[in-house]
Design a protein around this ligand. Structure first.
Ligand code: SF4
Length: 530
């Protein structure tokens, strides 16, 4: 049996990935699980299929799609292309999109089965039944499907335990199914889940739920934080991570090491340790029963983090900086002098993302944020002090975006730049299914304030964009035509002048022109021998 697995993650309409140089972990996990069940899996990016729809003419028994809720357009297009070639052969949809309204997923865009939440165990139970009568699927927890014209949801599956989570590893070989994989940032998941079990002060949706200050969110008994008498979902009001994945569970050091070692063998040159908060790594080991529902205490498990880095840096190419290692996100409330120093020891020169979201303390508290604006600024300063390059994320269009909150955010953005932020990323609030802010729609007034924030972020980025001008950076050729390279330690994409080199070639480039905050151009000054 043969499955086609299509990575649509963050592609919106299927044509442009919002972060084109990233290869996520989810589809590689799925491919490995299904392969272990005896299937042949072709993992392909949707962009490739849209360029060559002939791929769909091959013999496949099932289409699997991995997508986010923002990718509905891409998924709809792909399913209609599949139906043209393969009729009613099953379409299985999974990833963060699975929390979208099932009427939309099953009726409007035409998926046959939706795998809701963590997919590992569900796929193991689902695949042996894929060609059986639909009513047998009722026994598989964690799926939605249609039977006799009616939608059936079999209920949420219990989340994977830490031990179960550690029993799954994505096969490194699947990374080679991605275009330009040698130059892209390949994510290696080291933590799944989020420790922020604070909650927003109210929800927006069919039902308005308001915090009654029962105290659970701040209880010293971390188990109590799991439940809210008003059923307000945990975490920041706009985010679905705690809801989908629960509190954090970390990958064991040896498993992370093995995955990275195999990726290096496969030719990968940029590794990003992925986690909603890297500083949650093995922090669950410091609390009773591993129930890590406090984003602030205990402090980061620096001993475990140091051990992880020590192990990863035994790989010669990484120690010699021929291959870069970076981390994805940190929560500011866990960044101390000790933590920043430790990160700087191993990751000097690489970028790190900090979710700031708002400069308003009141808005921040309202949304259930784990760190205060003051802590965010302090973290930026510390990380910069120890040689990291903070990318700072703000969001516009959120609830409580008043004139005052906007003024506070503008001040915070300016201070963030002053304290060492390399880029301000201002993104638009998009209501995600089943989150506390699912039903929030900004008014015209709020949207007019959003424009002020977007304008200021653009202005600051214009000031920042020249940081690379005249500098020589190490980069990897991503494609020959057009001649594009990615910075080894991340940064704007580079349009190469001069020689057209093979993808994967490591080079030094002198940056000669800044085209935008995301694109620069430069001349090759050195070619490294591999
Ligand atoms: S658990 Fe619910 S009611 Fe209690 S403090 Fe948190 S949000 Fe408020």
């Amino acid at each position: 049996m043969k499955a086609l697995l299509v990575d649509c993650l963050a592609t919106v309409d299927g044509k442009h990935r919002t972060t084109p140089d990233v290869i996520g972990t989810g589809p590689r996990y799925v491919a490995s699980i299904v392969e272990n069940l005896g299937w042949i899996v072709d993992l392909i990016e949707i962009e490739v299929i849209l360029l060559n729809s002939g791929i769909l003419k091959s013999e496949y028994d099932v289409l699997m799609i991995s997508a986010m809720s923002s990718d509905l357009k891409a998924v709809k297009l792909l399913i209609s292309m599949w139906r043209n070639e393969h009729g009613d052969k099953p379409v299985i949809l999974g990833g963060p999109i699975s929390f979208t309204d099932k009427v939309v997923l099953l009726d409007k865009i035409g998926a046959d089965i939706v795998v809701v939440g963590e997919a590992e165990k569900t796929l193991q139970e689902l695949f042996p039944l894929i060609n059986d009568a639909r009513d047998k699927l009722r026994h598989v927890k964690g799926i939605a499907f249609k039977h006799n014209g009616k939608r059936v949801f079999t209920g949420y599956r219990e989340r994977l335990s830490k031990e179960e989570y550690n029993s799954y590893t994505p096969e490194a070989k699947y990374v080679q199914n991605y275009r330009f994989y040698k130059a892209r940032r390949v994510y290696v998941e080291v933590v799944r889940g989020c420790s922020n079990f604070y909650r927003p002060m109210r929800t927006y949706g069919v039902e308005k739920k308001i915090c009654i200050n029962c105290g659970n969110c701040f209880s010293n008994d971390l188990k109590r934080r799991l439940t809210c008498p008003e059923n307000i979902p945990p975490g920041c009001g706009y985010c679905s991570v705690p809801l989908i994945y629960g509190y954090p569970k970390s990958k064991n050091i040896n498993i992370v090491f093995e995955e990275i070692r195999k990726l290096v063998e496969a030719g990968v040159k940029r590794i990003t340790l992925s986690a909603p908060d890297f500083l949650d790594y093995q922090r669950e080991e410091l609390v009773d029963d591993g129930i890590l529902t406090d984003p602030r205490n205990p402090p980061a498990n620096t001993e475990a983090i140091e051990k992880l880095f020590e192990k990863i840096f035994t790989i010669p190419e990484i120690a010699e900086e021929k291959i870069s290692v970076s981390i994805e996100n940190v929560k500011a409330c866990l960044v101390t002098e000790e933590v920043a120093k430790l990160l700087g020891k191993y990751l000097r020169g690489s970028t790190v993302n900090i979710g700031f979201e708002t400069g308003s303390f009141r808005q921040s508290r309202f949304m259930g944020r784990p760190s205060t604006p003051h802590e965010n600024l302090k973290a930026i300063k510390l990380l910069r002090k120890y040689g990291l390059r903070p990318y700072v994320y703000f969001m516009h269009g959120l609830p409580k975006q008043s004139r005052r909150a906007v003024d506070d955010t503008i001040k915070a953005m300016r201070k963030a730049v002053k304290f060492g932020a390399e880029r301000i990323i201002m993104y638009k609030f998009v209501p995600l299914p089943e989150t506390a802010f699912e039903g929030y729609r900004p008014s015209k007034y709020v949207l007019s304030l959003s424009r002020v924030l977007v304008k200021e972020a653009r202005r600051l980025n214009r000031e920042l964009k020249n940081v690379f001008l005249g500098k020589t950076v190490k980069a990897i050729v991503a494609s020959k035509d057009p001649p594009i390279a990615y910075m080894l330690k991340h940064g704007p994409y580079i349009l190469l002048k001069g020689a057209k080199l093979e993808p994967g070639t490591v080079i030094d480039v002198k940056i000669e022109e800044i085209k935008s905050s995301r694109l620069v151009s430069g001349r090759i000054s050195k070619i490294y021998k591999c």
